[in-house]
Design a protein around this ligand. Structure first.
Ligand SMILES: NC(=O)c1ccc[n+]([C@@H]2O[C@H](COP(=O)([O-])OP(=O)(O)OC[C@H]3O[C@@H](n4cnc5c(N)ncnc54)[C@H](OP(=O)(O)O)[C@@H]3O)[C@@H](O)[C@H]2O)c1
Length: 347
């Protein structure tokens, strides 16, 4: 086990050249300062106890947090001290909460982190409470994991270790770096090191217990939000267990969209989007990206809704699945939906 005194060793692979290094611990900042300087990196610390001679100290995260520092960052490293998690279920310390916010802002502000050679790494040191990973550490591992899921196949390295010393954690992080090619293709791209042994989680299907469903064959299920997301997945499982009639409510009105949007292949849709952008630019070079993005979001929601209806119908039968466009925040729309369900006469 490494002892972790500053200068004991160089974290060679862990902090590459021109890294943006963020930490929530003043002691870590002290241990990292020399390496960050030598690698032409930038060091930020959200712990107010950190001297400003070592790092840019961030006591409040806002759009100006990275102001005046230029945009260049070839790599991002987010390093948290998980030791405070022993206070769980107390809220996390402000400096750890700020670290999550700062990491988010770093990804938002540094477009160079989106290039194919950039790597993003998270390390939570002393990151276990008894046998469980630190709940506070999840503030950074979960945030960047979501980002990486959005940016498919990006080099993301995330390590939670029970090692109490920074340099021991950096060693394990460097080791993880060696595994990285298959690593970031997994569902949960975080490795957990306990007593030097590497563990990683795998998602496995966990079917709902078939005997505990309160629903019988012939039930009518009205599912608000049932046409997308988690509720759609739950409904599919229910449909495997009982013969039911499903009414899915969503605010997306499929009848308002041209049918091609719903039927296009992914490639056709991508072409359609490119055409819309270029038409918008021709019409008005200053046309707002946000408006076009809203339109595309609506298309994506509608396609997901259509796909959910089809998948559920394949299990429950076409006549047993109904979609009602209904904004559930609008009492009149809810009344109309209820009237439609009752008029069908199935309950
Ligand atoms: N995803 C998870 O793993 C998970 C886990 C635990 C808890 N949850 C909770 O479960 C809920 C759904 O999460 P999700 O991830 O499935 O979200 P999602 O993918 O965004 O789905 C939300 C659903 O709600 C519908 N909806 C939203 N506003 C509506 C409105 N005003 N009227 C009618 N329908 C509306 C959406 O349809 P339209 O877009 O057509 O309106 C969509 O079908 C959230 O409260 C979330 O916090 C999710």
């Amino acid at each position: 086990m490494a002892t972790g005194r500053p200068g004991d060793r160089e974290p060679e692979t862990a902090i590459p050249d021109r890294s943006l290094v963020l930490t929530d611990d003043a002691r870590f900042a002290e241990e990292l300062a020399e390496t960050a300087r030598a690698r032409r990196g930038r060091l930020y610390c959200t712990d107010p106890a950190c001297p400003s001679s070592l790092a840019t100290v961030v006591t409040e995260v806002n759009e100006r947090s990275f102001a005046g520092q230029g945009q260049l960052a070839r790599h991002l490293r987010v390093i948290s001290n998980g030791a405070d998690s022993r206070d769980w279920p107390q809220p996390p310390p402000d400096r750890t909460r700020r670290l999550g916010e700062l990491a988010f802002l770093a990804m938002k502000n540094h477009t160079d982190l989106l290039t194919t050679t950039a790597t993003v790494g998270v390390l939570v040191v002393d990151g276990f409470v008894d046998a469980s990973p630190s709940p506070y550490g999840s503030l950074v591992t979960a945030l960047l994991k979501s980002f990486m899921w959005d940016q498919h196949q990006r080099p993301y390295i995330s390590v939670v270790t029970d090692a109490p010393e920074l340099f021991a954690g950096l060693d394990e992080f460097g080791r993880e770096h060696g595994f990285r090619t298959p690593f970031w293709r997994r569902d949960i791209p975080t490795a957990y090191y306990r007593a030097g042994t590497r563990h990683f989680p795998r998602l496995v299907p966990d079917p709902m217990p078939s005997c505990s469903s309160p629903l019988a064959d012939g039930s009518v299920i009205v599912a608000s939000g049932g046409a997308r997301g988690i509720t759609a997945a739950v409904l599919r499982e229910l449909a495997r267990q009982v013969r039911a009639t499903f009414y899915l409510l969503g605010s997306t009105d499929l009848s308002q969209l041209p049918t091609e949007i719903l039927e296009d292949s992914d490639e056709q849709l991508a072409r359609r989007k490119r055409a819309v952008i270029s038409q918008a630019r021709q019409k008005d070079p200053n046309s707002r990206v946000a408006e076009v993005a809203r339109k595309f979001d609506q298309w994506e929601r509608a396609r997901e809704t259509r796909a959910t209806i089809d998948r559920l119908a394949a299990i429950a039968g076409e006549d047993s699945v109904h979609y009602i466009a209904c904004d559930v925040t609008d009492p009149d729309a809810v009344r109309r939906a209820a009237t439609q369900v009752l008029a069908d006469g199935r309950p």
